[in-house]
Design a protein around this ligand. Structure first.
Ligand SMILES: NC(=O)c1ccc[n+]([C@@H]2O[C@H](COP(=O)([O-])OP(=O)(O)OC[C@H]3O[C@@H](n4cnc5c(N)ncnc54)[C@H](O)[C@@H]3O)[C@@H](O)[C@H]2O)c1
Length: 331
């Protein structure tokens, strides 16, 4: 089978490509080749799978037709402008988060001739807006409170309609905030949720722009990849017209995150967190959901971590060198 990953140089895309190249299979199917597409050069991975990379902007006309010409059976659509940037640059947000995906769906539709790939779209819990119940169920209406959430919600509708019309077999995966995000901080308004763990564990200061009682919904990068793989391989006949699923996750406050940090990095790591309130970020985060009862996805085999300590452990295992930890698991 052929697999296309769009946004393959991103944090989730890189980890997904790495996992697929390592596994060599997706469900019961052997992966013959992978096409990795991004505006910046995706990493080519060693492994048994033939990997081709394309540096292209999906917003440009013709690019989507080019990358779907070989009729990949599975398409992961992960390219996006993150929440903070989509709020600051309105036009860019709509161009990348909506128009580029529309180009992709149209490119697939116009191939025709029975071509109906599985399209896995990385949506977000930002499709939901206040007022929220304490725990949000699967029946919550999508009423986004940000441009980013609105763009994701529109694509969810397109995914459902293109699936209903038989052009694609789509699954929307509403990812929780992925934490701990490795690498340099990005422009996501949610970036500090990772920063308060990642920066201190690497001996650097972290800025906390919101109050410590802020609660949010998390899963690790490892869980995100698991969700995408499950979405690519699941039996979609159980989805009906509701093609997007809220993913399971861990509900935690910043205080609970910091307690988990203390258990791994000790007091000296926690001391590196500096409170610096940011009104715009606090306002955006205040409009985000805090906890879900994601039973629909759970029943369909999507599995997340069970507590925040596990999320920190995944970061330590996957991103930090073992020798930097002493016998008590402290840095
Ligand atoms: N990380 C999270 O916490 C989180 C939470 C919810 C949803 N999501 C969604 O999951 C997906 C992956 O997230 P991520 O954290 O890896 O994001 P990321 O920003 O690390 O990666 C996105 C990638 O898309 C690429 N891209 C942007 N515009 C493009 C274009 N026009 N053409 C081709 N490539 C383009 C970027 O270069 C980048 O490599 C995104 O769709 C994001 O909205 C992420």
């Amino acid at each position: 089978m052929q697999v296309l990953v769009i946004g393959a140089a991103g944090m989730v895309g890189r980890k997904l490509a790495q996992r697929l190249a390592g596994d060599g299979v997706l469900g019961a199917e052997v992966i013959d080749s992978m096409l990795l597409v991004d505006v910046v050069s995706p990493t080519v991975l060693p492994g048994g799978v033939r990997v081709e990379t394309v540096v292209s902007d999906l917003c440009e006309l013709g690019v989507a037709c080019g990358v779907t010409a070989a009729r990949p059976e599975v398409i992961f659509d992960l390219a996006a402008v993150v929440s903070g940037e989509a709020e600051i640059d309105f036009e860019k947000g709509y161009r990348v988060n909506l128009d580029a995906t529309r180009h992709l769906l149209e490119a697939v539709r116009t191939v025709g001739d029975g071509y109906r790939p599985r399209v896995v779209f990385s949506s977000s819990v930002a499709v939901f807006g206040p007022p929220f119940p304490d725990v949000i169920g699967d029946e919550q209406a999508t009423t986004p409170a940000t441009s980013y959430g609105t763009q994701k919600a529109i694509v969810e509708l397109l995914l459902a309609d293109y699936s209903r019309r038989g052009f694609i077999d789509g699954v929307g995966v509403r990812l929780p905030t992925i934490c701990v995000r490795p690498g340099a901080p990005n422009r996501a308004a949610s970036g500090f949720f990772s920063g308060v763990i990642r920066e201190p564990l690497n001996g650097r200061e972290a800025v906390l722009p919101v109050s410590r009682d802020v609660r949010h919904w998390f899963a690790s990068p490892r869980a995100a990849v698991r969700f995408l793989v499950r979405a690519a391989t699941m039996d979609t006949s159980e989805l009906g017209l509701r093609r997007s699923l809220t993913m399971p996750g861990v509900s935690a406050t910043v205080d609970e995150e910091i307690a988990a940090l203390r258990r791994v990095g000790g007091d000296q790591a926690v001391a590196l967190i500096r409170d610096e309130p940011d009104e715009m970020i606090a306002r955006m985060v205040g409009s985000w959901p805090r906890a879900f009862d994601a039973r629909r996805a759970a029943a369909l085999g999507f599995v997340a971590e069970t507590d925040f300590d596990e999320i920190v452990r995944v970061y330590v295992d996957d991103e930090l060198d073992g020798p930097t930890l002493d016998g008590q698991g402290r840095l």
